[in-house]
Design a protein around this ligand. Sequence first.
Ligand code: 4NP
Length: 149
Amino acid sequence: MRVLFVCLGNICRSPMAHGLFAHRVAERGLTDRLACDSAGTGGWHVGETPDPRTLATLRRHGISLSHRARQVVPEDFECFDLLLAMDGNNHETLLSRAPRSARDRVRRMLEPIGGGDVADPYYGGPDGFETNFAQLDRAVAAWIEELTR
Ligand code: 4NP
């Protein structure tokens, strides 16, 4: 099972989800069953490392991540079993680009914990990143549960 985490820039929220998911999957010995990557709907930050605030938040929780931002490409809709959008905008954008056959694989990140958006933390303070982390950690646990059931 391959999961792609998607936000706008691929430097804040989706790399955080990516690092968290990979870490929790490894902790549970599930690396042979669950793989992941992350990407952005936009291309402004392609090639950049994650935002320092994302990396600092992950590090505070004992998680490291090596990633360069990339944009979602058409092949992603074939290669991934699940494409998880961080907010409603990302979800709409993905659906508008998805071939009909892939539409049901485009879902919302917070769906298994009641729905809603992982708020864009880019222009806010450091608290936003910790809030994102707490939400994402719960959602990641719920998705791992669902995908291994
Ligand atoms: P992300 O955050 O989508 O979580 O990676 C953002 C990063 C950059 C911008 C917006 C959101 N930006 O406008 O450059």
